[in-house]
Design a binder for this molecule. Structure first.
Ligand SMILES: [Zn+2]
Length: 101
């Protein structure tokens, strides 16, 4: 079975908890998801084809190559989420409602 995976997402997953701990950011499910999504929007995707769940042979090389970029993107995203966390909100709010928080 062939599967398309994003190596960048795998590197982000690897460093997500580390950055959250280092920067003392909320690690709830919502904040974690927001940090991950914001980071991936800033990073170029690196897709590869995985056969039967096998890991891409150059993945370790890419992990070293993109580590600094991934950590920088995660840190920037963590600062954004920390100053504007969405975890207390029931759903998306409009601009008027935001001023009440
Ligand atoms: Zn949170």
């Amino acid at each position: 079975m062939l599967e398309i995976r994003n190596a960048m997402e795998e590197i982000v997953d690897e460093w997500l908890d580390w950055v959250i701990n280092q920067l003392d950011v909320c690690g709830c499910e919502k904040c974690r998801a927001d940090i991950k999504a914001l980071s991936l929007n800033r990073l170029p995707p690196r897709y590869y084809v995985s056969e039967d769940g096998k890991i891409y042979s150059r993945l370790e090389e890419l992990k070293i190559q993109f580590r600094v970029d991934v950590i920088a993107a995660l840190a920037a995203a963590a600062f954004i989420v920390r100053s504007n966390p969405r975890h207390n909100r029931v759903s998306e709010v409009n601009e008027d409602e935001k001023t009440r928080f």
